[in-house]
Design a protein around this ligand. Sequence first.
Ligand code: FES
Length: 135
Amino acid sequence: MDLADILDRHKGREGPLLPILHDVQATFGYVSEDAIRAIALALNLTRAEVHGVVSFYHDFKTKADPRPVLKLCRAEACQARGVDAVAADLPQDGRVKVETVYCLGLCSVGPAAMTGDTVHARLDREKLKALVAAL
Ligand code: FES
């Protein structure tokens, strides 16, 4: 799938910008300046408008980063359930990109994290280490 396919898929859709950006991010791993230009042209927006949305949401990247991503919830409920202690042993070697998120909707079964489209609950140090090792 290329950018033209993504733009075609969302043609005529109401509010297509975010779905297009999500598809571009998922397909290419980032939203390039060329993609921003093409999306702006297709949606009759300025590049600044598209870039503003890309830079506002942390899920959209403007540069390729091949590392696997672990999204670790550090919102209040997961804080109360000990996420800081659970994450204390996370490797600092940079092989995995650890992103902080604020609530994955699993507050009652936290600490919680997300890899790809999969959410992980009731994390402890061992489960988190195994999760990172498997990435
Ligand atoms: S606070 Fe962590 S999942 Fe809601």
